[in-house]
Design a protein around this ligand. Structure first.
Ligand code: GLN
Length: 547
């Protein structure tokens, strides 16, 4: 293939239809046929990136290798494709305007009135083509956030219209994701909302090439025919996307529906090879046929919204499949763990994970959870803030440093075991100023971490401001805590572990961002396996007691 081809994914009728999953599934199928694919998400909000957003707004903030704080859909792309994304894969309206305004201030448009059309739309087109122009991809899939008809998506839709025209037929296509609702009173699937959203798209000058129809019920031939006729697409371009048990089923369902084949043909690619999906199928088989179950407590502050911990939940799916274990993750609000009764519940879990987070609320509950895990030999995994909580718990209860804390939570703590790095002290701006993206880490030979990763040099992604305070390292080491991973350049502690405990690991970085279907993260795999062991030892102990 010569020039890069473009697939645009738009959404109609309602939000939350899963454009990200459809885009990732199509990308997976195209990749399985040997094409080099990447996906990009355009978000119509004015924040420059989602880094400053509360997880309740759009779910977790996903971090790429190059330190971009991005939409959680990029996580799906990486987990499906096993290919890294970057800042270029996520663009927001805020970023577009910021760059146009910077150009205006520099004088790039001197003399001209700066307008939505052409300046904003040109900037959008440039951002879309940035990935294609690298020459690294045969196909770029661009997902437009929001729903057609939204005021804020208009410049994106206009940019796509212009780009389709510029690229010419066969070089760019539009997939419109829509909803075909079932009205139980009428006992029928309804096509009208889809017809309307296709019409709205058409008013902006864009004709959908393929319809992907989200539905709870099978679409009959008659309905497909009707959708094709009234929405002006070919019959085979009406693709059913029925509710699936797991998002990982979607690529195979789309294969059955022929989404990739219709897309390839519309892109005038005709000699496509058969897809090779054996590994994917094997993963699904393992995931769906577990031989054992474990229960993990996920202690966090944003537990009402599952999307807040998306990558962690997905990493457990990958690790569970690898171990052939069904991992039940039970979200528990850290604030509730300030209550003794709820703390007792933790004794029954096979593993305890203390999640990443920001701010003071609920931290005492997290510290209580660490204590229970440490004292009762329950496998413990602390991620980012979770690792910091483990350090604070150790300082308070093993070193007896009363009121030890992180300066994030208590700026006047007598024992700032988690502190700000010198370079962070001067920073007052919030956006994009944390320690972000990939950083190297050297693991201590013979440590648990070393045995899990099976190497010494690793690199993991970060998103935090505060650090382990090395002034306390000797004291902690003397009492049995091992700093088994350290950043070689800045000497920052990245991994802690307790060798006297069956499995106690805290990491300052976010391993969950790098777990994919093809490469489940070793720490999650090892944690699940430790939870299995703990589960089995409880059964053996109970059997002994009952003898
Ligand atoms: N709030 C902590 C920090 O900024 C931890 C951040 C996190 O868990 N991602 O260092």
């Amino acid at each position: 293939m010569n020039a890069t081809k473009y697939v645009f994914v738009t959404g109609g009728v309602t939000s939350s239809l899963g454009k990200g999953i459809i885009a990732a599934s199509l990308a997976k199928l195209l990749q399985a046929r040997g094409y080099r694919v990447t996906i990009q998400k355009l978000d119509p909000y004015i924040n420059v990136d989602p880094g400053t957003l509360n997880p309740y707004e759009h779910g977790e903030c996903y971090v790429t290798e190059d330190g971009a704080e991005t939409d959680l859909d990029l996580g799906h792309y990486e987990r499906f494709l096993n290919v890294s994304t970057s800042q270029a894969n996520n663009v927001t309206t805020g970023r577009i305007y910021q760059s146009v305004i910077e150009k205006e201030r520099r004088g790039d448009f001197l003399g001209k009135t700066v307008q939505v059309v052409p300046h904003i739309t040109n900037e959008i087109k440039e951002r879309i083509q940035l990935l294609g122009n690298t020459g690294q991809y045969d196909i770029v899939i661009t997902e437009i956030g929001g729903t057609v008809g939204d005021i804020e998506s208009l410049p994106y839709i206009e940019a796509v219209r212009q780009l389709l025209w510029e690229l010419g037929e066969g070089n760019g296509i539009v997939i419109h994701l829509t909803l075909v609702p079932f009205l139980s009173a009428a006992g029928e699937l309804k096509t009208k909302p889809t017809q309307h959203s296709v019409k709205t798209l058409m008013e902006s000058g864009i004709k959908a090439d393929i319809l992907v129809c989200r539905t709870e019920h099978e679409l009959s031939d008659e309905i497909r025919q009707k959708l094709a006729l009234f929405c002006n697409v070919k019959r085979e371009a009406v693709i059913q996307s029925i509710d699936a048990k797991t998002i990982y089923d979607v690529p195979l369902l789309m294969l059955e529906e022929g989404l990739d084949v219709v897309a390839l043909e519309k892109l005038k690619i005709t000699d496509y090879p058969e897809p090779s999906l054996d590994k994917w199928r094997d993963f699904i088989k393992r995931f769906k046929n577990p031989t054992q179950e474990v229960n993990i407590a996920l202690i966090g502050k944003y537990v009402e919204l599952q999307d807040s911990y998306k990558s962690i939940l997905e990493a457990f799916i990958h690790a569970g499949a690898k171990n052939e274990v069904k991992v039940h993750v039970h979200p528990i609000s850290s604030e509730d763990l300030e209550d003794k009764k709820i703390q007792e519940k933790l004794f029954n879990f096979d593993g305890i994970l203390v999640a990443p987070g920001f701010g003071e609320r609920g931290i005492e509950g997290k510290i209580n959870a660490v204590k229970i895990a440490r004292e009762n030999n329950i496998p413990f995994f602390g991620i980012c803030l979770g690792m910091q909580m483990a350090v604070i718990e150790f300082a308070r209860n093993v070193l007896h440093l009363e009121n030890a804390n992180s300066v994030e939570m208590d700026s006047k703590t007598p024992f700032p075991v988690i502190d700000l790095m010198e370079s962070q002290r001067k920073i007052s701006k919030k956006g994009g100023t944390m320690r972000l993206g990939a950083w190297d880490c050297t693991l201590q030979e013979g440590s648990l971490a070393n045995s899990i990763y099976k190497k010494i040099k690793i690199s993991e992604r970060h998103r935090h401001r505060y650090e382990f305070n090395n002034d306390y390292l000797d004291q902690m080491t003397q009492h049995g805590l091992v700093a088994s991973g350290v950043n070689p350049d800045k000497n920052l502690v990245e991994v802690i572990e307790l060798p006297d405990h069956p499995w106690f690991v805290g990491v300052q970085y976010h391993p969950e961002y790098k777990s994919t279907v093809a490469n489940p993260h070793p720490l999650f795999v090892a944690f699940v396996s430790a939870a299995q062991k703990h589960h089995n030892s409880k059964i053996t102990n109970n059997a002994e007691i009952n003898k």
